[in-house]
Design a protein around this ligand. Structure first.
Ligand code: DGL
Length: 248
Protein backbone atom coordinates (compact mmCIF):
# COMPACT_ATOMS: atom_id res chain seq x y z
CA UNK A 1 0.00 0.00 0.00
CA UNK A 2 1.37 3.37 -0.95
CA UNK A 3 0.23 6.91 -0.90
CA UNK A 4 2.09 9.14 -3.28
CA UNK A 5 2.30 12.88 -2.68
CA UNK A 6 2.74 15.05 -5.76
CA UNK A 7 3.07 18.80 -5.90
CA UNK A 8 3.60 21.73 -8.24
CA UNK A 9 3.27 25.51 -8.07
CA UNK A 10 -0.13 24.98 -9.71
CA UNK A 11 -1.99 22.54 -11.93
CA UNK A 12 0.94 21.84 -14.29
CA UNK A 13 1.97 18.75 -12.35
CA UNK A 14 -1.25 17.10 -13.51
CA UNK A 15 0.62 16.47 -16.80
CA UNK A 16 2.99 14.29 -14.73
CA UNK A 17 0.19 12.65 -12.74
CA UNK A 18 -1.41 11.67 -16.07
CA UNK A 19 1.71 9.68 -17.05
CA UNK A 20 2.14 8.18 -13.57
CA UNK A 21 -1.43 6.88 -13.48
CA UNK A 22 -0.91 5.16 -16.84
CA UNK A 23 1.63 2.82 -15.23
CA UNK A 24 0.52 2.95 -11.58
CA UNK A 25 -3.27 2.94 -11.89
CA UNK A 26 -3.96 1.39 -8.47
CA UNK A 27 -2.18 3.90 -6.25
CA UNK A 28 -3.58 6.60 -4.05
CA UNK A 29 -2.30 10.08 -5.00
CA UNK A 30 -2.50 13.30 -3.02
CA UNK A 31 -1.97 16.17 -5.49
CA UNK A 32 -1.17 19.61 -4.07
CA UNK A 33 -1.36 22.74 -6.22
CA UNK A 34 0.42 25.66 -4.53
CA UNK A 35 -1.48 28.10 -6.69
CA UNK A 36 -1.73 30.75 -3.97
CA UNK A 37 2.04 31.15 -4.48
CA UNK A 38 2.19 30.54 -8.25
CA UNK A 39 4.24 31.15 -10.36
CA UNK A 40 7.48 29.84 -8.83
CA UNK A 41 9.45 30.68 -11.99
CA UNK A 42 10.61 34.15 -10.91
CA UNK A 43 10.85 33.47 -7.14
CA UNK A 44 14.13 33.02 -5.23
CA UNK A 45 15.48 29.53 -4.56
CA UNK A 46 15.05 30.09 -0.80
CA UNK A 47 11.37 30.95 -1.21
CA UNK A 48 10.81 27.77 -3.22
CA UNK A 49 12.74 25.66 -0.68
CA UNK A 50 10.52 27.04 2.13
CA UNK A 51 7.33 26.31 0.17
CA UNK A 52 8.56 22.81 -0.77
CA UNK A 53 9.30 22.02 2.91
CA UNK A 54 5.87 23.21 4.06
CA UNK A 55 4.14 21.16 1.35
CA UNK A 56 6.25 18.07 2.05
CA UNK A 57 5.38 18.29 5.78
CA UNK A 58 1.70 18.42 4.88
CA UNK A 59 1.95 15.49 2.42
CA UNK A 60 3.80 13.41 5.01
CA UNK A 61 1.16 14.20 7.63
CA UNK A 62 -1.38 12.79 5.16
CA UNK A 63 0.56 9.54 4.92
CA UNK A 64 2.67 10.01 1.78
CA UNK A 65 5.40 7.40 1.52
CA UNK A 66 7.03 9.06 -1.52
CA UNK A 67 6.77 12.53 -3.07
CA UNK A 68 6.95 13.53 -6.73
CA UNK A 69 8.16 17.09 -7.21
CA UNK A 70 6.12 17.61 -10.39
CA UNK A 71 7.69 20.99 -11.03
CA UNK A 72 10.98 21.61 -12.81
CA UNK A 73 11.53 24.89 -10.97
CA UNK A 74 11.02 23.34 -7.51
CA UNK A 75 13.14 20.32 -8.44
CA UNK A 76 16.00 22.57 -9.50
CA UNK A 77 15.76 24.73 -6.36
CA UNK A 78 14.77 22.31 -3.63
CA UNK A 79 15.09 18.59 -4.30
CA UNK A 80 18.57 18.15 -2.85
CA UNK A 81 17.45 19.91 0.38
CA UNK A 82 14.31 17.75 0.57
CA UNK A 83 16.29 14.55 0.04
CA UNK A 84 18.72 15.55 2.79
CA UNK A 85 15.99 16.46 5.28
CA UNK A 86 13.35 13.73 4.86
CA UNK A 87 13.47 9.95 5.11
CA UNK A 88 11.13 9.19 2.19
CA UNK A 89 12.09 9.16 -1.52
CA UNK A 90 11.62 12.29 -3.64
CA UNK A 91 11.37 11.94 -7.43
CA UNK A 92 11.88 15.11 -9.44
CA UNK A 93 11.74 16.49 -12.96
CA UNK A 94 14.67 16.60 -15.36
CA UNK A 95 14.48 18.62 -18.59
CA UNK A 96 14.78 16.03 -21.37
CA UNK A 97 17.96 17.50 -22.86
CA UNK A 98 19.63 14.10 -23.29
CA UNK A 99 16.98 12.47 -25.54
CA UNK A 100 16.63 15.73 -27.46
CA UNK A 101 20.39 15.96 -28.00
CA UNK A 102 20.46 12.34 -29.18
CA UNK A 103 17.48 12.66 -31.50
CA UNK A 104 18.05 16.02 -33.22
CA UNK A 105 18.80 15.96 -36.94
CA UNK A 106 19.30 19.69 -37.37
CA UNK A 107 21.84 19.79 -34.53
CA UNK A 108 19.78 22.45 -32.74
CA UNK A 109 17.46 21.78 -29.83
CA UNK A 110 15.21 24.24 -28.03
CA UNK A 111 14.52 24.27 -24.31
CA UNK A 112 11.38 25.97 -23.01
CA UNK A 113 11.38 26.42 -19.23
CA UNK A 114 10.99 28.98 -16.47
CA UNK A 115 13.70 31.51 -15.64
CA UNK A 116 14.31 29.68 -12.34
CA UNK A 117 14.98 26.37 -14.09
CA UNK A 118 17.23 27.87 -16.76
CA UNK A 119 19.52 29.60 -14.25
CA UNK A 120 19.73 26.70 -11.77
CA UNK A 121 23.07 24.84 -11.43
CA UNK A 122 21.21 21.55 -12.05
CA UNK A 123 20.17 22.68 -15.53
CA UNK A 124 23.50 24.39 -16.28
CA UNK A 125 25.31 21.09 -15.55
CA UNK A 126 23.03 19.20 -17.94
CA UNK A 127 23.55 21.88 -20.54
CA UNK A 128 27.31 21.66 -20.14
CA UNK A 129 27.19 17.90 -20.59
CA UNK A 130 25.22 17.82 -23.85
CA UNK A 131 25.92 21.24 -25.33
CA UNK A 132 29.31 20.27 -26.82
CA UNK A 133 28.21 18.81 -30.14
CA UNK A 134 24.83 20.42 -30.61
CA UNK A 135 23.43 23.90 -30.21
CA UNK A 136 21.04 24.45 -27.30
CA UNK A 137 18.69 27.41 -27.62
CA UNK A 138 16.63 28.47 -24.59
CA UNK A 139 13.51 30.50 -24.07
CA UNK A 140 11.43 31.26 -20.98
CA UNK A 141 7.82 30.38 -21.76
CA UNK A 142 6.65 33.86 -20.80
CA UNK A 143 3.02 33.90 -19.78
CA UNK A 144 2.56 30.14 -20.40
CA UNK A 145 1.90 29.29 -16.74
CA UNK A 146 -0.66 32.10 -16.51
CA UNK A 147 -2.44 30.78 -19.62
CA UNK A 148 -2.72 27.30 -18.14
CA UNK A 149 -3.78 28.50 -14.69
CA UNK A 150 -6.35 30.72 -16.42
CA UNK A 151 -7.62 27.71 -18.42
CA UNK A 152 -6.78 29.55 -21.64
CA UNK A 153 -5.31 26.69 -23.66
CA UNK A 154 -6.18 28.05 -27.11
CA UNK A 155 -7.51 31.10 -28.94
CA UNK A 156 -5.86 34.17 -30.49
CA UNK A 157 -4.40 35.57 -27.25
CA UNK A 158 -2.95 32.20 -26.16
CA UNK A 159 -1.51 31.75 -29.65
CA UNK A 160 0.28 35.10 -29.64
CA UNK A 161 1.72 34.45 -26.15
CA UNK A 162 2.98 31.01 -27.20
CA UNK A 163 4.36 32.24 -30.55
CA UNK A 164 6.46 34.91 -28.79
CA UNK A 165 8.54 32.25 -27.01
CA UNK A 166 8.32 29.36 -29.44
CA UNK A 167 9.14 31.14 -32.70
CA UNK A 168 12.67 32.25 -31.68
CA UNK A 169 13.51 28.55 -31.11
CA UNK A 170 12.04 27.54 -34.48
CA UNK A 171 13.80 30.44 -36.19
CA UNK A 172 17.11 29.24 -34.71
CA UNK A 173 16.58 25.89 -36.46
CA UNK A 174 15.46 23.74 -33.53
CA UNK A 175 13.82 20.51 -34.69
CA UNK A 176 13.34 19.17 -31.16
CA UNK A 177 11.83 21.19 -28.33
CA UNK A 178 12.15 20.16 -24.70
CA UNK A 179 9.17 20.99 -22.50
CA UNK A 180 11.02 22.01 -19.34
CA UNK A 181 8.01 23.07 -17.27
CA UNK A 182 5.15 20.80 -16.29
CA UNK A 183 2.54 23.40 -17.25
CA UNK A 184 3.66 23.45 -20.88
CA UNK A 185 2.26 20.07 -22.03
CA UNK A 186 -1.22 21.57 -21.64
CA UNK A 187 -0.26 23.96 -24.44
CA UNK A 188 1.16 21.19 -26.64
CA UNK A 189 -1.74 21.03 -29.15
CA UNK A 190 -1.32 24.78 -29.72
CA UNK A 191 2.46 24.50 -30.04
CA UNK A 192 2.15 21.62 -32.49
CA UNK A 193 -0.14 23.71 -34.65
CA UNK A 194 2.33 26.59 -34.69
CA UNK A 195 5.45 24.49 -35.36
CA UNK A 196 6.26 22.90 -38.76
CA UNK A 197 5.37 19.21 -38.91
CA UNK A 198 8.98 17.98 -38.64
CA UNK A 199 9.44 19.50 -35.18
CA UNK A 200 9.05 17.18 -32.20
CA UNK A 201 8.34 18.04 -28.58
CA UNK A 202 9.71 16.04 -25.67
CA UNK A 203 7.92 15.83 -22.33
CA UNK A 204 9.98 14.15 -19.57
CA UNK A 205 6.86 13.04 -17.65
CA UNK A 206 6.77 9.41 -18.94
CA UNK A 207 10.40 8.94 -17.84
CA UNK A 208 9.59 10.46 -14.43
CA UNK A 209 6.68 8.04 -14.06
CA UNK A 210 8.96 5.07 -14.79
CA UNK A 211 11.51 6.40 -12.32
CA UNK A 212 8.82 6.61 -9.61
CA UNK A 213 7.76 3.01 -10.29
CA UNK A 214 11.41 1.87 -10.04
CA UNK A 215 11.91 3.76 -6.76
CA UNK A 216 8.77 2.24 -5.23
CA UNK A 217 9.71 -1.23 -6.41
CA UNK A 218 13.25 -0.89 -5.07
CA UNK A 219 11.82 0.25 -1.72
CA UNK A 220 9.60 -2.84 -1.56
CA UNK A 221 6.46 -0.71 -1.66
CA UNK A 222 3.32 -2.46 -2.90
CA UNK A 223 2.13 -0.91 -6.16
CA UNK A 224 -1.52 -0.87 -5.17
CA UNK A 225 -3.52 0.81 -2.44
CA UNK A 226 -6.79 -0.45 -0.96
CA UNK A 227 -8.25 2.97 -1.65
CA UNK A 228 -6.92 3.99 -5.11
CA UNK A 229 -7.70 7.37 -6.55
CA UNK A 230 -6.66 11.01 -6.45
CA UNK A 231 -7.19 13.61 -3.75
CA UNK A 232 -6.90 17.16 -5.14
CA UNK A 233 -5.76 19.94 -2.80
CA UNK A 234 -4.87 23.58 -3.51
CA UNK A 235 -3.55 26.48 -1.44
CA UNK A 236 -5.81 28.82 -3.43
CA UNK A 237 -8.98 28.49 -5.47
CA UNK A 238 -9.27 24.94 -6.82
CA UNK A 239 -11.40 25.62 -9.93
CA UNK A 240 -8.56 25.24 -12.45
CA UNK A 241 -7.20 22.15 -10.74
CA UNK A 242 -10.55 20.39 -10.85
CA UNK A 243 -11.20 21.41 -14.45
CA UNK A 244 -7.76 20.39 -15.76
CA UNK A 245 -8.05 17.10 -13.88
CA UNK A 246 -11.02 16.25 -16.10
CA UNK A 247 -8.75 16.70 -19.16
CA UNK A 248 -6.06 14.22 -18.11
N1 DGL B 1 5.20 23.95 -13.36
C1 DGL B 1 6.40 24.52 -12.93
C2 DGL B 1 7.64 23.94 -13.56
O1 DGL B 1 7.62 22.81 -13.98
C3 DGL B 1 6.56 25.95 -12.56
C4 DGL B 1 5.75 27.00 -13.12
C5 DGL B 1 5.88 28.26 -12.31
O2 DGL B 1 5.30 28.28 -11.23
O3 DGL B 1 6.57 29.18 -12.74
O4 DGL B 1 8.65 24.57 -13.63
Amino acid sequence: MARIGIFDSGSGGLSVLREIRKILPDERFIYYSDNAHCPYGEKTAQYIIDRSRAISDMLLSKGASAVVVACNTATAAAISTLRAEYDIPFVGMEPAVKPAATGTKSGVIGVLATAGTLRAPKYLNTRGKYGGNIKIEEQVGRGFVELVEGLELDGPHAESVVRASLEPLLDAGADTIVLGCTHYPFLLPLMQRIAPSGVSFIDPAPAVARRLRDVLTAGGVSLSDPDPGVELLASGDDTTLKKLFTLI
